[in-house]
Design a protein around this ligand. Structure first.
Ligand SMILES: O=C[C@H](O)[C@@H](O)[C@@H](O)[C@H](O)C(=O)O
Length: 466
């Protein structure tokens, strides 16, 4: 069978190849947003087989398999791990043009040294070769972080999480990677959820603060932010559909919260007012602690009611929401900036036609002595592939300054996704290489190469302060 050589992947000219191999490829990884399971890192977890490491939890793969009509039993259902892998192997050849085709072969090569094109014909052999290697410590959850020279990985954590595993990793002192939590307060903001009151009880317990009203809630949040900070947290993260912005007084926010605590219905308008008030208080806390606030805007979630009821959230039934953003984003940033309490901020948009609006909006609030204080977030989710990454980087370089970009992240639940950084670096070098070969930049390898090294790693290291 004709091989698929990833060494040339995405490097569209000779200058790109030089920039990648001599400047980008050796830079460490700073994965500032992921959904990796810290308990596996703390335990030095050994994966039982390639399905557990590579397919479980990866809703990108699940969607592609469903697209091909593969029975759900072989995706998230009752089929054996081996049968799920065989189904995946059979499907991959049909993924031409999709980043999964690139990632699959990059990952098999970088983790297992396997350069064969995956298909049903060699699936059994590759299943056995991968599983044999997975018995080695170098491919344990913690071993993988060492293997890929991951200097920092940030997990995504609920404010009530104990962070015991993060503390264990730190106390063990065996890992060269810093594993830091990220404060993800979506459930504090989502006041219309049916289990909001139950969550308030959890937050009260975690913060040892009785929550009977707004003052108590803000105190409880401050306690948990401090706890996260003491455990190395330097980022927050917010997942939302549209960005709420409906300024409200403390009295109004207090009234709305009391409705929810009493089990009363809260309208959409009331929810937006409460969320805006809480977001502004959170921004003050993030600014005080020097944290970076991440806004993941534009996902419409769990759209397949039948399957979401079966499989729960993040199971591959989310998609892009079309929405307006400019007024709410400028409004929120402006309110925080008015009192000079705007934190470092990264704005990701799942609706890709907002990149220019975001790049111009964040340009209204740059400064504070921080290079790239506000960032146009890296291409996210359905866009962390060639077209999406180039679209985001072109908007950033055309309207903002790509030299200050903190670069890529995996945003993955799989320990086998670190080649996404390589994929991004190849595209970055290809874009710079094209500029240089077409006379838009000087043919100065040192100048371009050092800027690329900044974007691959050094900007993130300086920006996040972990
Ligand atoms: O790339 C896909 C992402 O991991 C996606 O699953 C996350 O963005 C998650 O829904 C979240 O809200 O953080």
């Amino acid at each position: 069978m004709i091989a698929f050589h990833t060494d040339k992947l995405l490097l569209t000219n000779n200058t790109a190849k030089t920039l990648f191999h001599e400047y980008a490829s050796q830079m460490p990884i700073y994965d500032y947003h992921s959904h990796l399971d810290q308990s596996k890192i703390a335990a030095g977890y050994q994966f039982s087989n390639i399905t557990e490491l590579w397919l479980n939890g990866d809703h990108y793969k699940w969607r592609a398999l469903r697209w091909l009509g593969v029975d759900e039993a072989y995706i998230t259902g009752a089929a054996s791990d081996k049968d799920k892998f065989l189904a995946w192997a059979k499907a991959v050849p049909k993924m031409a043009g999709n980043p999964l085709y690139h990632w699959t072969h990059l990952e098999l090569d970088r983790y297992f040294g396997i350069t064969d094109r995956l298909s049903e014909h060699n699936a059994e052999d590759i299943w056995n070769r991968c599983n044999e290697q997975l018995q080695h410590k170098s491919l344990s959850a913690s071993g993988i972080l060492d293997k890929f020279n991951v200097k920092v990985v940030c997990t995504t954590d609920d404010p009530v999480d104990s962070l015991n595993d993060h503390r264990a990793i730190r106390d063990q002192g065996k890992l060269s990677t810093k594993v830091a939590p990220t404060f993800r307060p979506d459930r504090i903001l989502d006041i219309q959820r049916a289990d909001f009151r139950d969550y308030m009880r959890q937050l009260a317990e975690a913060s040892r603060t009785e929550i009977n009203g707004l003052t108590d809630l803000l105190q409880a949040v401050a306690v948990r932010v401090q706890y996260f900070h003491e455990h190395g947290c330097r980022l927050s993260d917010h997942g939302m559909g549209e960005l709420p912005f409906a300024p409200a007084t403390e009295q109004e926010a207090s009234r709305i919260l009391k409705l929810a605590l009493a089990g009363e219905a809260v309208s959409k308008a009331e929810a937006e007012a409460y969320q805006t008030f809480i977001m502004l208080r959170l921004g003050e806390l993030y600014s005080k602690h020097g944290w970076t606030m991440q806004l993941h805007i534009g996902a419409i979630r769990n759209n397949n009611t039948r399957m979401s009821a079966l499989l729960g959230k993040d199971s591959g039934y989310d998609s892009i929401l079309d929405y307006h953003l400019a007024r709410s984003l400028n409004g929120l940033l402006n309110e925080m900036d008015k009192t000079d309490q705007l934190p470092k901020t990264i704005v990701y948009s799942l609706y890709p036609y907002q990149y220019e609006a975001i790049a111009t909006a964040i340009g209204n609030f740059q400064g504070g002595g921080v290079s790239g204080k506000l960032q146009l977030g890296a291409a996210w989710w359905f866009h962390d592939q060639k077209e999406g990454m180039l679209q985001q980087m072109k908007a950033l370089s055309s309207i903002g300054l790509i030299s200050t970009f903190v670069g890529m992240l995996t945003d993955s639940r799989s320990f086998m996704s670190f080649p996404r950084h390589e994929y991004f670096r190849r595209l970055l070098c290809s874009m710079f290489g094209t500029w240089m070969e077409e006379g838009e930049l000087p043919m100065d390898m040192e100048y371009a190469g050092e800027m690329i090294r900044d974007i691959c790693y050094r900007n993130a290291e300086a920006y996040f302060g972990i």
